[in-house]
Design a protein around this ligand. Structure first.
Ligand SMILES: *Cc1c(COP(=O)(O)O)cnc(C)c1O
Length: 399
């Protein structure tokens, strides 16, 4: 085991690699086997039993089948668990597969079918809860209404901080206190373990769309849940039954991505600071949502709950939807695309795209665009927005 005292930056480089020297390799091994040799029917059958019910492989046993266990996935899980200060982690084929597994596992384990959901949430999560597809009933509320929304049959409280897309910050400790015995899930996709450790703040579960900052290069879809060992076993059991395990190639890329996560995030955050400050000076902009600005952080959570503002910005344009539409069409260095957390900068319109399925009362403003700041020079990003604003003005005058 790598020493417990390692700085998080060192941990990001070394976690999940303790046995590599012993194996005689330096890079992460990638095991693509869909099936595995069985030492005998008895041991094979026992291995199947243990893995399908959420256990770990045992000495002399088999991994049996890649839907039950994959060593490359397990290695990424071990690394992510250490970064999140969790006992274990369980990786899924996407962020939504991870949310689905948590809802299924927790409601089933406890025989409870109610979830309290603090809005705003990512549109897909909001939609999954509203759909009733999983037989779970959701009560949506604001952070201060969690205590009154919790019922005897509440299996989970779910929140995001910073939340997608408005970057609202939720006081995690306060929600944990309000939830009482009910486990709290924090979607940590925007903050990442570089800025925030939900389990240290009392949350039971920290969840990621690994597609975003953990992968960081826009070439992987995945999800991962960090939690205690008992919850992890329930999640692996659910994963084995429903078939939502992460692909080993995705786990390999994500594990490789973790090594640069701290430097990427800090550099992207620096760029976001400069872009966000510049945006506040522009007449085209009505409001900039960025956690570093005092009006976006009334409870002073940046510095106490999360160590920095992150690299996401939401912008309300003075001229509403038309201006948003023109801006997304006029940028050249930014890519007009959903998703976030990549090394390249992205811009998108949440109400039309990522938050399209959200019920009208909770939909983000039509004037809002969301920026994910990448690793380009902030000066180039600002120049791109500047030319885009100038061109949009031309476009709007022509119209
Ligand atoms: C993208 C996203 C998800 C869903 O993850 P996928 O990997 O797209 O399935 C969940 N939560 C947040 C905050 C996200 O941004």
């Amino acid at each position: 085991m790598t020493p417990k005292s390692l700085h998080p930056d060192s941990l990001a480089v070394h976690a999940g690699r303790d046995d590599l020297a012993e194996l005689g390799v330096h890079a992460l091994p990638l095991d693509l086997s869909s099936t595995n040799p069985l030492p005998g029917i008895d041991v094979g059958g026992l291995s199947y039993e243990v893995l399908a019910t959420g256990g770990h492989p045992f000495e002399g046993g088999s991994h049996v089948y890649a839907r039950l266990w994959n060593p490359t996935v397990a290695r990424f899980e071990e690394a992510l668990a250490r970064l999140e200060h969790a006992e274990e982690a369980v990786a899924f084929s996407s962020g939504m597969a991870a949310v689905t597994a948590v809802l299924l596992a927790l409601s089933h384990e406890q025989g409870k079918r109610h979830v309290v959901a603090v809005r705003p949430l990512y549109g897909g999560t909001d939609h999954l809860l509203a759909s009733g597809l999983l037989g779970v009933e959701a009560t949506y509320c604001t952070p201060d209404a969690v205590a009154s929304a919790v019922r005897p049959d509440t299996a989970l409280v779910i929140l995001e901080s910073p939340a997608n897309p408005t970057l609202e910050l939720v006081d995690i400790r306060a929600v944990v206190a309000a939830a009482g015995d009910v486990p709290v899930l924090v979607d940590n996709t925007f903050a990442t373990p570089v800025l925030q450790h939900p389990l240290d703040l009392g949350a039971a579960i920290s969840l990621h769309s690994a597609t975003k900052y953990l992968g960081g290069h826009g070439d992987v879809v995945g999800g991962v849940v960090a939690c205690d060992a008992q919850t992890a076993a329930a999640l692996r059991r659910t994963r084995a039954i429903t078939g939502a395990i992460m692909h080993p190639l995705a786990a390999y890329l994500l594990h490789r991505g973790l090594t640069t996560l701290p430097v990427r995030l800090r550099a992207q955050q620096e760029g976001a600071r400069m872009v966000a400050r510049w945006l506040t000076t522009r007449p085209e902009v009505a409001r900039v949502h960025f956690p570093e600005f005092a009006e976006c952080d009334p409870n002073g959570l940046v510095g106490s709950q999360q160590s920095g503002p992150g690299a996401m910005i939401a912008v309300e344009l003075a001229d509403g939807f038309d201006a948003a539409s023109e801006l997304t069409a006029a940028v050249e260095l930014f890519t007009h695309a959903v998703s976030l957390g990549s090394v390249d900068s992205l811009i998108q319109h949440p109400a039309a795209l990522t938050h399209r399925p959200v019920q009208s009362e909770a939909k983000p403003s039509d004037a809002l665009v969301r920026l994910s700041i990448g690793l380009e020079s902030p000066d180039d990003l600002i120049a791109d927005l500047e030319q885009a604003f100038a061109r949009s003005r031309v476009l709007s005058h022509q119209a």
